[in-house]
Design a protein around this ligand. Structure first.
Ligand SMILES: [Zn+2]
Ligand SMILES: [Zn+2]
Length: 293
C-alpha cells in the first residue's frame, strides 16, 4: 500500500518537474494531474481473475500477431463501471469545460445505459462510431467521450499488460504497432547509450524496440522521406516525420534510462510540438491525449 502511495507521490513530482522544465505545459499538465493520479491509483487497486496465458502462442507473436488477437484482454467481467465512476470526479477537477458532458456520462454509467464492454468488443470495426452514438443517446460531445474512453481503456489495459508482461519477454517483435494491444505508438525514445529507438504505447504502457530507419506507421524504410524536426535549444525534444504517410511521432532524444521517465507525462509536456505539427498539416499516429479530436 505504501508502495502505491510512494508511486503516486513520485508521479506528482514528475509532473512538477516537467512543468518546471517546460513551463508552457503547465495548463495541460495541471488539467491532467488528477486524471493521471487517479488512473494509476485505480490500476494498482484492480482485482480480477487472472487471464489464462497458456493460450499465448510464441510463434504467432513472432509473426506479428499481438496478444490482444490471441487472448481476450478486455473482458466483460472487468470492473468497467467502478473504474468509470471513479474517473468522473478526477476529470471534473481538471476539465471544468466538460462538466455537462461528464454529468451526462455519469448518468449513463449509473443507469447502465452505457455498456462499455460492448464498446470495446466492437473494437476496430465499430469503435470509432461509438462516441457519435453516445452523443445521440446522451448528448455527450464526441471529444469528451473519446477522451474518457481512452482513459478507461488505459486503466484496464495497463494492469492487464503488467500482469502478463512475462508472456512476451524476449519476443521477436518487429512491428510498428504494440505487441500487447496492437496500437500505434504515442511517443518514441532514443537512448543515449546505444542510440536504440524505443516506441511507447499510451493505451497499455508497453515499450518495444524498433528500427530508427523505418516508419512505425507505414513501414516505409530508408532515410529518404523521413526527417527529425528539432527544437532550438532543446536537444532532447524532437519529432519524427514520415512524408510517405504524412504522420508524425513525438520523440525524446538522448534518454539515459527509459525506466526512469513517465512517457505519458513526457508526451503531454511536448504538447506544443503536437500543435506545431498539426499546423504544418501532419497527422499524429494516435489521437493526442490532450487534444481529444
Ligand atoms: Zn499497447
Ligand atoms: Zn510513414
Amino acid at each position: 500500500m505504501n508502495q502505491a502511495k510512494d508511486r503516486l507521490k513520485s508521479l506528482g513530482k514528475t509532473i512538477d518537474h516537467v512543468i518546471e522544465t517546460s513551463p508552457h505545459s503547465r495548463e495541460i499538465l495541471d488539467a491532467f494531474r488528477p486524471v493521471i493520479l487517479e488512473r494509476h491509483r485505480l490500476m494498482e487497486n484492480l482485482e480480477w481473475e487472472p487471464v489464462d496465458t497458456t493460450v499465448i502462442n510464441r510463434k504467432k507473436l513472432n509473426k506479428g500477431i499481438p496478444l490482444i488477437k490471441q487472448v481476450e484482454l478486455l473482458r466483460r467481467g472487468d470492473p468497467w463501471k467502478e473504474v468509470a465512476l471513479a474517473l468522473i470526479p478526477a476529470f471534473k477537477q481538471g476539465f471544468t469545460d466538460l462538466q455537462g458532458d461528464l454529468d451526462a456520462l455519469q448518468d449513463c454509467i449509473v443507469s447502465g445505459a452505457l455498456d462499455f464492454y460492448e464498446y470495446f468488443k466492437a473494437s476496430s470495426v465499430d469503435a470509432d462510431r461509438i462516441p457519435e452514438r453516445m452523443y445521440e443517446k446522451a448528448n455527450v460531445r464526441p471529444a469528451a467521450s473519446r477522451l474518457f474512453l481512452r482513459t478507461l481503456t488505459w486503466v484496464i489495459l495497463h494492469r492487464r499488460r503488467r500482469d502478463m508482461a512475462f508472456s512476451i519477454e524476449e519476443a521477436d517483435w518487429h512491428q510498428g504497432t504494440c505487441p500487447v494491444c496492437g496500437s500505434f505508438p504515442s511517443i518514441s525514445v532514443i537512448t543515449e547509450k546505444n542510440a536504440q529507438r524505443w516506441l511507447h504505447c499510451f493505451q497499455c504502457g508497453q515499450d518495444w524496440r524498433f528500427s530508427r530507419v523505418i516508419c512505425p506507421c507505414c513501414s516505409h524504410e530508408g532515410q529518404q522521406g523521413m526527417t527529425f524536426f528539432f527544437v532550438e535549444d532543446k536537444k532532447q525534444e524532437c519529432v519524427f516525420i514520415c512524408e510517405q504517410c504524412n504522420r508524425y511521432l513525438l520523440s525524446l532524444n538522448q534518454v539515459r534510462d527509459i525506466q526512469e521517465i513517465d512517457l505519458d507525462i513526457s508526451a503531454l509536456g511536448l504538447a506544443h510540438l503536437d500543435i506545431l505539427m498539426r499546423n504544418k498539416g501532419y497527422v499524429s499516429m494516435v489521437p493526442a491525449e490532450w487534444y481529444p479530436s
